[in-house]
Design a protein around this ligand. Structure first.
Ligand code: NAG
Ligand code: NAG
Ligand code: NAG
Ligand code: NAG
Ligand code: NAG
Ligand code: NAG
Ligand code: NAG
Ligand code: NAG
Length: 646
């Protein structure tokens, strides 16, 4: 037996600790108000690239320092931008909040100015330098009127507001204040005050003074926000403030930890997959190309059938109206749209808009649109030249598998026969992606929400191929992470080893979910050791897997036993796909054969990864000897003490 030593141990701990932590950040990305200028941009060809470049710079700056200003171009279509997160947001939360603001702001297009107030951050763009402005015509308070507060609360609120407004100018523009309401059971007032960092102390104070006065006007209501040109203020009876990061167990810390882990994973992915050298080289090349491409791209796109005009898609989705929203994916929000000719489409509005690599993006769209298979969602095209990156897909009326699977009443629509077809279709789609001779695609994100259902409830795999485009964009991670962790193959998560076998692993998890109607994610009340995979593995070994079958499967009574055997076989194949060692997992086409040739003997699966600390050490199927100090060590303590990135 070989002992791979500490790296392997560490990597397994990375895997475990990522799974143990929940992502509970509060980036406060809720939008309070968007104010658009009424003047139109001057010349789209000039304005749009300026706008996008400005947003890119702001995104870069807020990610590192929570604040940024930028200016690209001059004259009537020049773009000046300012973005700032409030002082209590961690840098990840800031990235998330800014991403939201950045999605919100293009709603002002084609107007040449916009101001977005979110609960966690602020974003403004204009065609002139506005950085010193601290009052303006739109300044106002927005009062929340959920409940009326008593005298004690009002008194404390006044005091807390005064304190915060007085303190902020001398503290870099940010302060918060929490005040207990005397005589109350357990009530406090929470206040935040924040000026933009471009203002000097006097301007900041002037802005906050006005904001303060308008906040007072919101009393006796329980909540108020002041949306001013140079500052933001808020009070509330509920604690909306993020905890200080030094607490060690705070939300921010947990998230920072997950992100630190993911960043290191991302670093590993890049390092292992392509090598730092090649990577750098390519990045530089991409950037060099970027500048020239914008103009060329516009020409190329103009003639392409893959190109959709931004305005067409905007109209089709009724300006991305919330009522058209179909869902939220890792890379963007999806809206339903209807084209002028009546065709229904799904439009994905991407979080990122990396214009400097627009040509690469277009090429990928071009390539992926050539992939055609009955079990793949068709990519119809994109809008790469508008103010945002949009992808256009065929529309599927029954949405995604998770909507049915994990809902006890909708689940009834999927009896065993339909579920088996979904399994088979998904497998066939994956075989096509993996074994297509022209373009081989590893999906990377197979999960129930990425399996869509057509009008006859046939499976269609969504979101393939483009994952590569987003490797360098960290902002999507936090949104992608929550739904996806349970599906990630350990070697991919921990070491960035990406092969088709990572999809095979996720497919295995999916099989279990389809059979049980349960989702493989961390149960709030229990440890990772109670995840679906672990529970099912125990039942599988004891021969009691039947207990987990979804009651919605509605098995035929006349050939009940055949059905049961068929489902047990699926579970068996699922575990073969989820084996810890990638090389032991079948390829997708082998897995498909296993599903179809029901008489063939299946090999016994070795264990899925890291069931719990105990079996990890004792299991004889385990080829690694993990140098664990003690079997009584709980997973949670391991993740806190031995893997503690700062
Ligand atoms: C917009 O600017 C471009 C580039 O300078 C120019 O070719 C085009 O004619 C302008 N369009 C209008 C409507 O002014
Ligand atoms: C973002 O910031 C990094 C580090 O400062 C820099 O290397 C990179 O070029 C920036 N990217 C853009 C698009 O500005
Ligand atoms: C900003 O745009 C408006 C409307 O197009 C224009 O009147 C104004 O002169 C522009 N400002 C600058 C500084 O160019
Ligand atoms: C809250 O304010 C809105 C708008 O001013 C008003 O329509 C609504 O009736 C108010 N609700 C309560 C509970 O006062
Ligand atoms: C008071 O409220 C805080 C936070 O809402 C809570 O943690 C604490 O337990 C409460 N204390 C009492 C005595 O109810
Ligand atoms: C969204 O659509 C609804 C229903 O058609 C409409 O009432 C609402 O005003 C629209 N919202 C926006 C922001 O256009
Ligand atoms: C699936 O979509 C079709 C077409 O819109 C619809 O008729 C059918 O009722 C849907 N099925 C379910 C189970 O929702
Ligand atoms: C979490 O696990 C506990 C015990 O295993 C179980 O009682 C509870 O229903 C589970 N909760 C969810 C949301 O699955």
């Amino acid at each position: 037996m070989k002992n791979p030593g500490p790296p392997s141990f560490l990597l397994s701990m990375i895997f475990i600790s990522v799974l143990v932590e929940t992502v509970v950040a509060d980036p406060r990305s809720h939008a309070v108000e968007l104010r658009c200028k009424t003047t139109l941009e001057h010349n789209t060809t000039i304005f749009v690239p300026h706008y996008i470049a400005t947003m890119d710079i702001l995104g870069n700056k807020t990610g590192t320092s929570g604040f940024g200003v930028a200016n690209v171009g001059s004259g009537p279509d020049g773009c000046y931008g300012l973005a700032q997160c409030y002082g209590d947001l961690s840098s990840l939360d800031c990235t998330i909040c800014f991403s939201q603001a950045r999605i919100l702001n293009p709603k002002c297009y084609p107007h040449n100015g916009g101001i977005a107030y979110l609960d966690g951050c602020f974003l403004r763009y204009e065609n002139y330098s506005f950085f010193q402005e601290f009052t303006g015509p739109g300044d106002k308070a927005v009062c929340g009127n959920t409940s009326r507060k008593g005298y004690g609360f009002q008194k404390s609120a006044r005091k807390a507001l005064l304190d915060a407004a007085a303190a902020a100018p001398d503290q870099g523009g940010y302060s918060k204040s929490v005040m207990r309401v005397p005589g109350s059971r357990n009530e406090s007032v929470y206040v935040l005050a924040n000026c933009w960092r471009t203002l000097n102390i006097n301007s900041c104070r002037a802005c906050l003074d006005k904001a303060l006065a308008s906040m007072m006007g919101c009393l006796p209501w329980s909540e108020g926000r002041a949306l001013y040109t140079g500052c933001f203020m808020r009070y509330s009876d509920t604690n909306f403030l993020n905890k200080e990061q030094s607490g060690g167990r705070s939300k921010g810390f947990k998230v920072a930890k997950v992100v630190a882990i993911l960043s290191s994973v991302a670093a590993l992915i890049i390092g292992v997959a392509i090598g730092v050298h090649i990577w750098r080289h390519r990045r530089i090349q991409k950037k060099r190309r970027g500048a020239i491409d914008v103009v060329k791209m516009a020409k190329m796109l103009h003639d392409s059938s893959l190109n959709f005009k931004y305005s067409t898609l905007e109209k089709a989705t009724r300006s991305f109206n919330d009522t058209n929203k179909l869902g939220q994916g890792g890379f963007g929000t999806v809206y339903k749209g209807v084209l002028p000719d009546g065709r229904e489409i799904a439009v994905k509005r991407l979080f990122s808009n990396n214009r400097y690599r627009a040509a690469d993006f277009y090429n990928e769209v071009n390539m992926i649109s050539t992939l055609e298979h009955k079990n793949l969602v068709r990519l119809l095209g994109c809008s790469c030249s508008g103010p945002e990156s949009l992808l256009v897909y065929e529309f599927l009326p029954n949405k995604s598998l998770d909507r049915f699977l994990f809902d006890p009443s909708r689940g009834k629509a999927l009896n065993w026969e339909i579920r088996f077809k979904i399994i088979k279709g998904t497998a066939e789609g994956l075989v096509y992606l993996h074994e297509n001779t022209n373009v081989r695609v590893i999906h990377r994100d197979i999960k129930a929400s990425n399996i869509l259902l057509d009008s006859k409830l046939r499976a269609k795999i969504a979101d393939f191929g483009l994952a590569r485009s987003f490797q360098e964009d960290k902002s999507h991670i936090s949104t992608a992470i929550a739904g996806t962790l349970g599906y990630m193959a350990p070697e991919y998560l921990a070491r960035g080893q990406l092969t088709e076998k990572a999809d095979v692993y996720s497919f295995g998890v999916l099989l279990l979910e389809i059979v049980t109607g349960m989702q493989n994610r961390k149960n709030e009340t229990s440890e990772y050791s109670n995840s679906l995979v672990t529970t099912a593995w125990k039942h599988f070994q004891m021969g009691t897997a039947e207990k987990l079958f979804d009651s919605n499967l509605m098995l035929h009574s006349y050939n009940h036993n055949d059905d049961i055997n068929e489902i047990l076989r699926i579970v068996h194949v699922g575990f073969l796909c989820m084996q810890e060692v990638p090389s032991l997992r079948p390829s997708m086409s082998e897995a498909l054969q296993m599903l179809l040739k029901k008489d063939e003997q299946l090999p016994a699966p070795t264990n899925p990864p890291f069931m719990d600390v105990r079996t990890m050490e004792l299991s004889d199927t385990c080829r690694y000897q993990y140098p664990l100090p003690s079997t009584s060590l709980s997973i949670a303590t391991v993740s806190h003490s031995s893997f503690n990135p700062r």
